[in-house]
Design a protein around this ligand. Structure first.
Ligand code: GDP
Length: 205
């Protein structure tokens, strides 16, 4: 029986095109968000490794999709950050073709974790990205990051703002996890979800 314990976490490869990706023979879980949202920190916290994902974008590496093999049984996938452009343009300009193609075509992708900085008011680019995911029937979980930086009241107020912004065009909210890479809050919840999905993935094979 698979548990949420991390026994091994290994960097496998960086890919810059669909054909370079590892064989789609294991369930995989993608992590995406605006640059500086806390993605590398969260990946390191989830895997209990200090430097598995490098914190703060390395120039030239930002367009690559990175695969990490966890417990020899599933992939954690670090997607390039989005939202460098200040002005809102079309989706085509904001998300690289590669990331869009990956999300649309990767057959072993089970779920995507969309990271949102809990300290900020709802950001147009995050809302647009999630809308694009939903329109394409791609399942995802919202992950609020850096929640240790807020008081409980501030956090609640910001979560309500997000809820209001999303329910303006959604019928219901997608699943959400509240996280902090400093305290480890939310880590177990994400891993529990992944283990459950893994079982489902195996049963489909
Ligand atoms: P990335 O660009 O999305 O990979 O973001 P990083 O993981 O490099 O984090 C950006 C900055 O936010 C760094 O200075 C981190 O130390 C800080 N940070 C990330 N996650 C947390 C968190 O949960 N709590 C706090 N207090 N700081 C965080």
């Amino acid at each position: 029986m698979e548990t949420t314990k991390i026994t091994s976490a290994v960097f496998v490869k960086s890919s810059e095109s669909l054909k370079q990706l590892p064989k789609p023979d294991k369930p995989e879980y993608a992590f995406i968000g605006r640059s500086n949202v806390g993605k590398s920190s969260l990946i390191n916290t989830i895997c209990q490794r200090k430097n598995l994902a490098k914190t703060s974008a390395t120039p030239g590496k930002t367009r690559l999709i990175n695969h990490f093999l966890i417990n020899d049984s599933w992939y954690l996938v670090d997607l390039p950050g989005y939202g460098y452009a200040r002005v809102s343009h079309s989706m085509r300009e904001k998300f690289s073709d590669f990331v869009r193609e990956y999300l649309l075509k990767r057959e072993s992708l089970v779920n995507t974790y969309v990271l949102i900085d809990s300290r900020l008011k709802p950001q147009k680019i995050d809302l647009e990205f999630m809308e694009w995911m939903a329109l394409n029937n791609l399942p995802f979980t919202i992950v609020f990051t850096k929640t240790d930086k807020l008081s409980n009241n501030e956090l609640t107020a910001n979560l309500i703002q997000y809820r209001t912004a999303m329910l303006a065009f959604w019928e219901s909210m997608p699943p959400q996890v509240i996280t902090s890479s400093v305290s480890g809050r939310g880590r177990e919840e994400i891993l529990t979800q992944i283990v459950q999905y893994n079982q489902f993935f195996k049963s489909q094979k």
